[in-house]
Design a protein around this ligand. Structure first.
Ligand code: 5AD
Length: 359
């Protein structure tokens, strides 16, 4: 007979799984599923405490900043969730010139940024030659800075050329690991297999790699999130970017519900426990979906924020989802505001490249 004191509650099971995750940095698919599906406020509090401690152990109270330069919103892809998909004829397309990009870097450097992230749609105008030329110019102009590319799927040769030109890091979210789920979020021209192959190629070349996924994307289940965690474990990236799915009014997913801040924060905590030294941004999408979202992200184990360095005139055009923040402390020129916000929760923005310790 089971007495009350012996009865293992669902809450105890969650705490036990979180403890096991912290001790071993690994769980089975079933355990991940249970941990994600069973989420409770009490387990969440415990998780965040553990995540903060681990984060502080490795990175102290430092928050690394990255200057995000959204240099083109032309895209040849047609992802069902994304506001800059090629079929969105309402999107006002733009492309920054090399001079524009270099001037973003100059302003960013003066503000204290030591990482520049060049992010864009998959825009054929930016051939290897053009992009490598831009990377090489940034490399020679700002030798102490890291250059991060986030330009989607390209050939291994292309990734190599850009690396040789001076790029150090590459962000490419896997979006979702499961092949069938991937095919429900993307047209047939895009596959999970190719996406993942790109990530392995980037790693082989020597990039510091960032991957990640949307939380609460249509058709996502706890089992699928479990698969995402297992994939992260296998890839062992230097950086993991996650944010809630947020519908965009001009996409096939316009009427789908958004992901929640709560589940995103919970996943951030879990990622911190599984990959203790990983770089973990509190993303713009998280800041968009919830007031104080980025601060909450930091308190759940995140250690990076990526303010927008793009020229103000194009910021509103890089609209991946509705209401995307690009002003206030999302904007690079409001760094003072961001600093204050981080200080208000006991953390400090630092001027440094902020390389990953997960090498
Ligand atoms: N909601 C949230 N995130 C989105 N992204 C694209 N569209 C959306 C959306 N509607 C994310 C994708 C992509 C990154 C640049 O932005 O995960 O990899």
């Amino acid at each position: 007979m089971i007495t009350t004191s012996e009865k293992v509650t669902a809450e105890d099971t969650l705490i036990r799984l979180i403890h096991k995750l912290e001790q071993t940095q690994s769980l089975s698919r079933e355990e991940w599923t249970q941990l994600i599906r069973g989420r409770t406020p009490k387990a969440t509090e415990y998780l965040f405490e553990r995540a903060r401690e681990i984060r502080i152990r490795h990175y102290g109270h430092d928050v690394y900043i990255r200057g995000l330069i959204e240099f083109t919103n032309y895209c040849k892809n047609d992802c069902y969730y994304c506001g800059i998909r090629k079929s969105n004829s309402n999107a006002q397309r733009y492309r920054l010139s090399k001079e524009d990009i270099l001037s973003c870097c100059e302003q960013g450097y003066a503000l204290g940024f030591r990482t520049f992230v060049l992010q864009g749609g998959e825009d054929k105008w930016f051939t290897d030659e053009r992009l490598a030329d831009i990377v090489a110019s940034i490399r020679s102009g700002w030798k102490d800075c890291a250059i991060t590319l986030s330009v989607g799927e390209r050939s291994a040769d292309s990734y190599q050329r850009l690396f040789d030109a001076g790029a150090n890091r590459f962000l490419l979210r896997h979006e979702t690991y499961d092949h069938e789920h991937y095919s429900r979020l993307h047209p047939d021209t895009l596959t999970a297999a190719h996406r993942q192959e790109c990530l392995w190629n980037l790693k082989k070349i020597g990039y510091q790699v960032g991957t990640g996924f949307m939380v609460g994307s249509p058709y996502q289940t706890p089992e699928l999130l479990a698969d995402d965690m297992l994939f992260l474990k296998e890839l062992d990236p230097q950086m993991v970017g996650i944010g809630p799915f947020i519908p965009h009014h001009d996409t096939p997913f316009a009427k789908e519900p958004a992901g929640t801040a709560d589940l995103t924060l919970y996943m951030l905590g879990l990622i911190r426990l599984m990959l203790p030294k990983v770089l973990l941004p509190a993303t713009t999408a998280l800041g968009t979906i919830a007031p104080g979202g980025r601060e909450k992200g930091i308190l759940a184990g995140a250690n990076v924020v990526m303010p927008n360095l793009s020229p103000a005139s194009v910021r509103e055009k890089y609209l991946l989802y509705d209401n995307k923040l690009c002003t206030g402390s999302e904007a690079a020129e409001s760094l003072a505001d961001l600093r204050r916000r981080m200080e208000s929760i006991g953390y400090q923005v630092t001027v440094s490249r902020g390389d990953s310790l997960n090498m």
